[in-house]
Design a protein around this ligand. Structure first.
Ligand SMILES: CC(C)(COP(=O)(O)OP(=O)(O)OC[C@H]1O[C@@H](n2cnc3c(N)ncnc32)[C@H](O)[C@@H]1OP(=O)(O)O)[C@@H](O)C(=O)NCCC(=O)NCCS
Length: 212
């Protein structure tokens, strides 16, 4: 397994063909307001006892430790401190941290391509320090709320290794649709799946949530 391949897991660089495809299915974006990017920097989103905020540089050690948890190397990419610092400093990236309200961090997400002119935003990486305890599902919901509310995203996409059944289940529950198989996209034995959720799908889901 090469470090190049691992660094790419959970999102590869946007191929131009994919952007054209999305552009053809809806009107070209022309107004400045509709161009992807962060509209405002929300201080915090909360859901029950959990909250989401922008990570600060002091959260990078937690993020790096989480990426390096035993067994995670087969599911999620990992970066060096320099790679994280470089990404963190770019306006097209957002580092989001999940915490218990007033407490410890439990997970993180890295968002990429906030400057994409078509509003194609990539969920580059997401990981929970103690998986399987009910954090990831609400955290993904908060991440999507952040991306669709605070940024002008139209489509959030990711790729996930086909044998990462738990992550695929959580993404499906979060409203993602599988778009297809990425054939031999990485130097790994397993294939990966491309998944996405569109703004109207997220809005519908929000409505359902609020009427339950
Ligand atoms: C993927 C991840 C973010 C999900 O977060 P989480 O806290 O584990 O998720 P939750 O505990 O909220 O929910 C797990 C769900 O998966 C289900 N699940 C667990 N193992 C499963 C499996 N092998 N196959 C299918 N579903 C599975 C659980 O039943 C639960 O679903 P339910 O709520 O409908 O019962 C987390 O597991 C993680 O960080 N994994 C390691 C890194 C990773 O894979 N990142 C994603 C890379 S694309």
């Amino acid at each position: 397994m090469s470090s190049w391949a691992l660094g790419s897991i959970c999102c590869f660089d946007s191929p131009s063909s994919q952007r054209h495809d999305v552009a053809h299915r809806r009107q070209p974006i022309t107004t400045t307001a509709a161009i992807a990017g962060v509209k405002r920097d929300v201080a915090e989103l909360t859901m029950g006892r959990l909250s989401l905020r922008r990570a600060t540089p002091s959260d990078l050690p937690f993020i790096m430790e989480t990426e390096r948890l035993p067994g995670f190397d087969k599911m999620v990419g990992r970066w060096t401190a320099d790679q994280h610092k470089a990404a963190y400093s770019k306006p097209s990236y957002a580092y989001l941290l999940g915490t218990e309200i007033g407490g410890e961090a439990f997970g993180f997400a890295i968002i990429r391509d906030l400057d994409d002119p078509h509003g194609n935003v990539c969920l580059k990486r997401i990981a929970i320090a103690s998986p399987g305890r009910g954090y990831g599902t609400p955290f993904l919901g908060m991440v999507l709320d952040w991306v669709f509310r605070e940024a002008t995203a139209y489509r959030v996409w990711l790729d996930v290794l086909a044998d990462n059944d738990r992550a695929r289940h959580v993404y499906m529950r979060g409203g993602f649709t599988e778009e297809g198989l990425l054939r031999r996209a990485y130097k790994l034995p397993d294939e990966s799946r491309l998944m996405s959720i569109l703004r109207p799908e997220w809005l519908k889901q929000r409505l359902t949530r609020s009427t339950e």
